[in-house]
Design a protein around this ligand. Structure first.
Ligand code: TPP
Ligand code: SF4
Length: 285
């Protein structure tokens, strides 16, 4: 059993007032309490950015990797001990700029990890430059005359890369987001949860009011096993409307189940053995 007190650290969040990271933090902790995630069964990783500070505010075993490296660290942990729940907290800059290559291959390989992609359409920590999800023409510190580039669509990129669970939540809907995080973690395979969040300091357009007015839930009769429909919904252009929920979910073999060395038991349970590898080196020379 995990109680809210078990997750408390001595550090107070350093995020700006109203930042969407507060909602993601609350939703994750609620999910952890509900599911009993603690240091015996769960590890979190993060990249560099305001989002990555979350590792300081949740008392779980954590590793904050280099910029863009939240996902390879998470998949490495899962490969070594697949008994653990592994969450990767990453940002739109972290995951899709420096970490873009890792993102597509983590999805393709179907590592059984949960990716929580904080999408605030901007580089928050470095004071508000354009990110790969900043809209075209968006004015930021690095694009005072408007963003000349087109943004990635996170969900269709995840779908095209082979992710087996693709969802979108909103940081201001704490209960809905906690529920989505639990479903993503229950999924066997890679789960991508794009979380829409405002950066209250550097983006005066995508505010909580904007998200509240424009987000809506996918209808109850939506079929998440249909890839074509998932793509259509992901790229849907209906004014500024943004669907939330599970866009796609199918079952496929995970990366961890594909390796005979670890499919039956975690690598950490394999005792180290000393072998003479001189013959092997001679063969390779
Ligand atoms: C290799 C490298 N390049 C650039 C940086 C500078 N840097 C730190 S955080 C960041 C962007 C973070 O944006 P995002 O991932 O969207 O996170 P946010 O701060 O918005 O949560 C950048 C470019 C860095 N730390 N390392
Ligand atoms: S700069 Fe933006 S993303 Fe970073 S803490 Fe402040 S509001 Fe949040």
């Amino acid at each position: 059993m995990t109680t809210p007190a078990d997750l408390v650290t001595p550090n107070m969040p350093s995020w700006c007032p109203g930042c969407g990271n507060f909602g993601i933090w609350a939703a994750f902790k609620n999910a952890a309490v509900k599911q009993g995630w603690d240091n015996t069964n769960t590890v979190i990783t993060a990249g560099i950015g305001c989002h990555g500070h979350i590792v300081n505010f949740v008392k779980l075993t954590a590793f904050e990797g280099l910029h863009g490296r939240a996902l390879p660290v998470a998949s490495g942990i899962k490969m070594v001990n697949h008994r653990l729940n592994v969450f990767a907290f990453t940002g739109d800059g972290d995951c899709l700029s420096e970490g873009g290559n890792h993102f597509i291959h983590t999805c393709r390989r179907n590592h059984n990890i949960t990716i929580l992609l904080h999408n605030n359409d901007i580089y928050g920590l470095t004071t508000g430059q354009c990110s790969p999800t900043s809209p075209h023409d968006f004015k930021t510190g690095s694009t005072p005359q408007g963003n000349p580039d087109q943004p990635f669509n996170v969900l269709s990129l995840a779908l095209a890369s082979g992710a087996t669970f693709v969802a979108r939540g909103y940081s201001g809907d704490i209960n809905g987001l906690a529920d989505l995080i639990i479903k993503a973690n229950d999924h066997q395979g890679v789960s991508v949860v794009e979380i829409l969040q405002p950066c209250t300091t550097f983006d005066k357009t995508h505010t909580h009011t904007y998200f509240r007015e424009n987000c809506y839930q996918l209808p109850p009769d939506y079929n998440p096993t249909n890839l074509n429909q998932a793509f259509s919904k992901a790229i849907e252009v209906d004014g500024t409307k943004l669907p939330l929920g599970i866009f796609y979910q199918v079952q496929k073999s995970t990366a961890e189940s594909e390796f005979p060395q670890i499919s039956s038991h975690p690598l950490v349970d394999t005792p180290p053995s000393i072998r003479n590898i001189n013959d092997l080196f001679k063969k390779l020379r």
